[in-house]
Structure formats: C-alpha cells, structure tokens
Design a protein around this ligand. Structure first.
Ligand code: TXA
Ligand code: MG
Length: 318
C-alpha cells in the first residue's frame, strides 16, 4: 500500500519487516540492517543473488563508526563535501555487521541519504537501514512510489511515499585501495565533482568478471522491451521498417512517422533534469507495448557519463 504514514513504517521496521522508502536517488527496499532475518527478506523480495551486497543507510555522519572502521582521511573529505547525499562509501565493516548485508565481504557500503522522509525515519529508529534499489534484480530502478507498487504491490505492506526522486540516478560509489579513492559505480554525483574535492580518481574497470560492485554487472536497469542505444536515432529508425518504435532523446523532438511514442529527457539541455527523468521515461516507454525502444547517447560529460552508463547496461543482453 502506498502511504505517507511514517509511524506505520517505524512499526513495521521495528518488527523486522521490509518497507519501501524514498531517497533522493531512487526508492529503496529497506529493513533493519542489524537483523539478519529482516535483511534476508529484502533478498527474497528483490530476487537478488546473495553475492550482491546492500548499502547501509545511516542517519548522520557521526554514527558512521557504528558500522565502519579504519576510515581513511580522504573518506572524511568526501563525507564533508557530499553527505547527506548520493555518495556511497565502501569501508571496512565493524564485526557485528552481518555477512548477509555485505555478502561475506569485510567491507560495507554506507551512505547518509538526503531526503527529509528518509532522514526523519532514520531518526526514529535505533538501527540503520539496509536497502537496495526497490526493483527486481536487473530491471529499471524506481523513482516514484507508483514504480515500486508496479513491481511489489503484493509483497510489501507499505510503500512510503516521498514524491518523485530529485536526483533520479543511484548514488555514486567510491571505495578505497591503499588509502586512495576508487570509483566503483558512476552515479548521481559526477566524477568531476568528486575530483574537485580529492583530485583525480581511478575508475574501476567495468567489465571485470568478478565486479567489486555488482551494480557494474553488464545487464542492469533493463526494460522488458528490446532496447538500442545510438548517436544517430534517425539513422537507426531506418533499420526497422514496419515496427512499433519508441524513442528516448536528450533534447530534440524527432519528426518521423515511424515513431509511435517519444520521450525527451530535457528540453533545456540540462543533465540534472535529464537524470531526474531518465527512469520514469524508460518506465513509460516500457509500458507502451512497443516492438523496440531506441535511446540516444548523451554528451559524455558530467551526469551524461552516468546516464550513458545506465543506458549501456539497459541494452545489454547479459
Ligand atoms: O542510490 C542508491 O545507492 C540506492 C538508494 C536506495 O540508496 N541504492 C542502490 O542500491 O542503488 P543497490 O543495491 O541497487 O546498489 C548497491 C550497489 C551494488 O552494486 C552493490 O554490489 C554495491 O553497491 N555494494 C554494496 N556493498 C558493497 C561492498 N562491500 N563492496 C563493493 N560493492 C558493494
Ligand atoms: Mg539497483
């Protein structure tokens, strides 16, 4: 059920149930990070493989030591710059953090979300919340309560409504190797913004067989409809005569009789707006019974890099 009842969410989470919650990035499937049974329920509902660890959401930067230890100086610089906000840090875990949360790793992913409802909820609880994005494994991420209901209405007793997610892309994930920062997942904070704070950052190879962050697995964020990514939408449309085509472009409307449905991410050429609209546009396209979706590659700078990364994974077949 979609509701704005925070007290109900507090009750359910204290009973070790799973509740969908809003964050500024995407909605999450949240449960008591300190209770293994509660965390296992997240994996069951999401049909997520147990090897893929969760992010622990904390209420304040000052509580980070309850979850992580050996925090490098450079991590504090990032925390000062970006928390609360869409930055997840991979840090050594405290012994009491369950292997279920971290998928057996000695590290744990942590972030302090920047959404008034998520923060209010965390303040009312005695434990942090483990939460992955509130979508079944490898499907399009949810940026509204309605998206979550579309996926999980049966399985969840509460979807806490916090409106549309302001960022619309998952958090940027940064880990540390030999006390140097390493980017594990492109996200809602651009690489340029991170580099303004800590200088140049190493980007982890996306195509590793054993990814450090399985958000880096190739197939992810995928519509059910066959989807393509191109620099030249009009050219690609010509390859599909007599098909029901949906199109996703950055800023331009494309006049072509073969297009049944079109989404434009930002008429103003604003990458923040495009990011905010990306998943909602993909959800709408995927509901239109199209034969295929053609998406346009965005400029390779700032959040354009994150958006292109998501589109690339959306079209991946494995
Ligand atoms: O914006 C977000 O990050 C959203 C909201 C709900 O906070 N959450 C999210 O969670 O995107 P999820 O589970 O969809 O993605 C978390 C990513 C996964 O790729 C996971 O593999 C990685 O974080 N991760 C978690 N713990 C890790 C660890 N110890 N080491 C490396 N990667 C880790
Ligand atoms: Mg996800």
């Amino acid at each position: 059920m979609i509701s704005t009842n925070i007290e109900k969410a507090v009750t359910l989470l204290n009973e070790n149930e799973v509740v969908a919650i809003p964050t500024e990035t995407v909605y999450g499937l949240a449960a008591n990070a300190y209770n293994e049974d509660a965390v296992k329920k997240i994996f069951e509902i999401k049909k997520r493989p147990l090897f893929n660890p969760l992010i622990v959401h904390i209420k304040s930067a000052s509580t980070i030591n309850e979850v992580a230890k050996d925090i490098p100086e450079i991590a504090y610089k990032l925390i000062d710059a970006f928390w609360p906000g869409p930055l997840t840090l991979i840090l050594n875990k405290q012994a009491h953090i369950s292997d279920v949360v971290t998928a057996g790793k000695q590290t744990v992913a942590i972030r302090m979300p920047n959404h008034p409802i998520a923060l209010d909820l965390l303040q009312k609880l005695d434990f942090p919340l483990a939460a992955p994005s509130a979508n079944p494994f490898s499907t399009i991420s949810p940026t509204s309560a309605a998206h979550v209901a579309h996926y999980f209405n049966e399985e969840l007793s509460l979807i806490l409504d916090g409106g549309e997610c302001q960022k619309g892309l998952e958090s940027t994930i940064v880990g540390f190797e030999n006390n140097e920062a390493v980017l594990y997942r492109y996200g809602a904070i651009s690489t340029e913004e991170i580099e303004k704070i800590i200088g140049s950052i190493k980007i982890k190879n996306n195509n590793e067989h054993q990814p450090d962050a399985p958000g880096m697995l190739s197939k992810h964020y995928s519509p059910k409809t066959e989807t393509y990514l191109t620099n030249n939408v009009e050219q690609l449309i010509k390859s599909f005569p007599n098909k029901k085509i949906g199109v996703l472009t950055y800023k331009n409307k494309i006049a072509n009789n073969n297009i049944c449905y079109q989404e434009i991410l930002s008429h103003n050429e604003d990458l923040n707006e495009a990011a905010q609209n990306l998943y909602a546009s993909l959800h709408r396209l995927d509901c239109k019974n199209l034969d295929l979706i053609i998406t346009e590659r965005l400029p390779e700078n700032g959040l354009g890099i994150t958006i292109n990364d998501r589109l690339q994974r959306a079209i991946s077949k494995n």
